[in-house]
Design a protein around this ligand. Structure first.
Ligand code: IPE
Ligand code: IPE
Ligand code: MG
Length: 257
């Protein structure tokens, strides 16, 4: 796949973040575990929904910042398969916010050339959300800018199990043989099959775990953990993360330089 060139010149990059030195070597795919909304609200004596609302603002600005930096893919973890364990009121609040976000953002994302898509199990999401998801995917499918993927009711293990199930079915139907299986074929069964693996995965709020996000895809991803809470995450945090990423040496099992 072709690497999109950063939109800004070197001098513009320096202006954005003095230490951000290489606008060409930006990660192609950034994944984010947006965590800490609840703690952000609690620290202010506010209900958790207030943190989620502010978190939605951080999503807006991060999408724009990724486009400006010339990142090709942004994937965010919005709701995990395990988040249904939360109180029904919080789940309802999150779904309500999601509906609001899609309705409000769709027009601008469309105008900005962003292509939005969703991964995760849609069967448990309500009809209205399913409709909004399909509509936003359809309305932005020809956009050629940032590919913005929202992981909703997503679980890495569930995604892998589903891939195994469909492959087994294909074998049973006589379409494939067990020995046909290899990494490339397996990836074709994953929902992320049209994206490269994430180069950089950022998790906010100080937690250092994957929480069932992109398990297969993050085999060689660079992880960056920051104590910043998601609602406080700004363009400069993203730039800082990209800067740090550019200082890492990716070895993929080789001996390095
Ligand atoms: C992340 O913030 C948002 C979602 C998981 C939907 P949290 O709601 O997990 O915030 P904390 O971890 O309780 O602070
Ligand atoms: C991971 O955050 C899921 C999302 C950000 C959507 P959680 O807050 O749910 O993760 P745990 O429970 O702390 O591992
Ligand atoms: Mg959390």
């Amino acid at each position: 796949m072709k690497l999109r060139k950063a939109k800004f010149s070197r001098s513009k990059a320096m202006e954005l973040a003095p230490e951000f030195v290489d606008p060409i070597a930006v990660p192609r795919h950034v994944a984010i575990i947006m965590d800490g909304n609840g703690r952000w609200a609690r620290a202010r004596g506010l209900p958790r929904i207030a943190g989620h609302k502010q978190g939605a603002e951080a999503v807006r600005s991060t999408v724009r910042a990724c486009s400006d930096l010339g990142i090709s893919y942004l994937t965010i973890y919005a709701f995990s398969s395990e988040n249904w364990k939360r109180p029904a009121t919080e789940v309802d609040d999150l779904m309500g916010l999601l509906r609001l976000y899609i309705r409000r953002e769709l027009v601008s994302l469309r105008g900005e050339g962003v292509r939005i898509q969703f991964i995760g199990d849609r069967s448990r999401l309500d009809i209205e959300i399913n409709r909004l998801i399909s509509e936003s995917e359809e309305n932005t499918k020809d956009n050629r800018g940032l590919i913005f993927t929202v992981a909703l009711n997503y679980g890495g293990r569930q995604e892998i199990l589903e891939a195994a199930r469909v492959f087994a079915q294909n074998v049973r139907d006589g379409k494939l043989n067990p020995e046909d299986m290899n990494e490339q074929l397996f990836e074709s069964y994953l929902q992320s099959n049209d994206m490269p693996d994430p180069d950089l995965l950022i998790r906010t709020s100080g937690e250092q775990r994957l929480s069932n996000f992109l398990l297969w895809q993050s085999a060689y991803t660079e992880f960056l953990f920051t104590s910043t809470l998601w609602p406080d995450f700004k363009r400069e945090h993203l730039e800082q993360a990209v800067y740090e990423y550019q200082r890492r040496e990716r070895r993929y099992g080789g001996s390095g330089n």
